[in-house]
Design a protein around this ligand. Sequence first.
Ligand SMILES: Cc1ncc(COP(=O)(O)O)c(C=O)c1O
Length: 375
Amino acid sequence: MIPFNKASITELEERYALDALRNGKTSGDGSYTFKVYEQFRERFGIERMLLTTSGTAALEMASILIDLQPGDEVIVPSFTFSSTVNAFLLRGAKPVFCDVRPDTLNMDESLVEGLITDRTRAVYAIDYAGVPAEMDAIDAVAAERGLFVIEDAAQAVGSTYKGRPAGTLSEFGCYSFHETKNYVMGEGGAIVLNEGRFLERAEIIREKGTNRRQVLRGWTDKYTWHDLGSSFLPSDVLAAVLHAQMERYDEIMGKRMAVWQAYERELAPLEAGGRLRRLVVPGHVEHNAHMYNVVLPDEDTRTRLVEGLKERGVMAYICYVPLHSAPMGRRLGNDPRDCPVTEDLGSRTLRLPLHADMTAADVDRVLSGVFDILS
Ligand SMILES: Cc1ncc(COP(=O)(O)O)c(C=O)c1O
């Protein structure tokens, strides 16, 4: 079976993980964590970033940092992972679901202003398939109305928007290094603090609400409870794995990009023949080859394609079930008609396998399956 995704792990990841295990500092904030920060500083110019136990944890930290309160409203796309919404639901804030653009499946920035009420406190936008949302437009509306913007860049490590790295496009960026992402540490993530004023409090929230970091820096001699917080810092053993992945950054990106480009090139005739539609990558975006999606004419065709590919040993994946019409979204009082574009496209979008270790023969098998089944 060709899996829809598989982490690319080599002897380098094993070597660094073993080294971290042997050097006696297996909890958080060991030397590998700081090596990772250095890699992100050099590659993306990111000055303030904290590794977290997951992308989910990074989103939860952002929700604490902006002091969301029960009754606050947050504008969020429905076409996302549950974590984007759970992160603020846990603080008692309410999701106001925004529909998506049909071309990129990202939040439709033109709808955001119309969803703002007196209770709106923040916008959580996601960079779907590693393609950043229209963050300039979202940031501009938010700035005018005094709202925070959180960029859920879980899928977008390595992408750029108008030349700026994904994750740096608003006050907070949240990355994931889950094993399904381009660069992995098993379970893990990071919060990027694009405004310096949040750093000190973020360090406290990440350390169970204590000022332990300040003690480690020698700024004070005992640490104590200062704020809300949780156990948000990951083991240095996992940071060692991520350090290896970041050393292999260009190799992993190059291999993923070759697969992405083969799909893009070879599927063009099927689009011309009206059998499927490819998603659009806007000209001002450089994407990171995180996913390859196709939009089918209807849900039955998608089901036929999933089953036909499975028979051919290919695992294709239905990415998100829209949140507003999922069981939890319904319990929160949403109606499937609230986001019609999401509801429609969510039922007929399919993600083809894409990972760094796919061979040319794997790619051919996926493509010939798609052609057979749809022709
Ligand atoms: C858009 C989005 N946000 C958040 C997450 C959660 O990240 P993690 O699995 O690292 O908690 C994911 C995926 O896993 C995601 O795709």
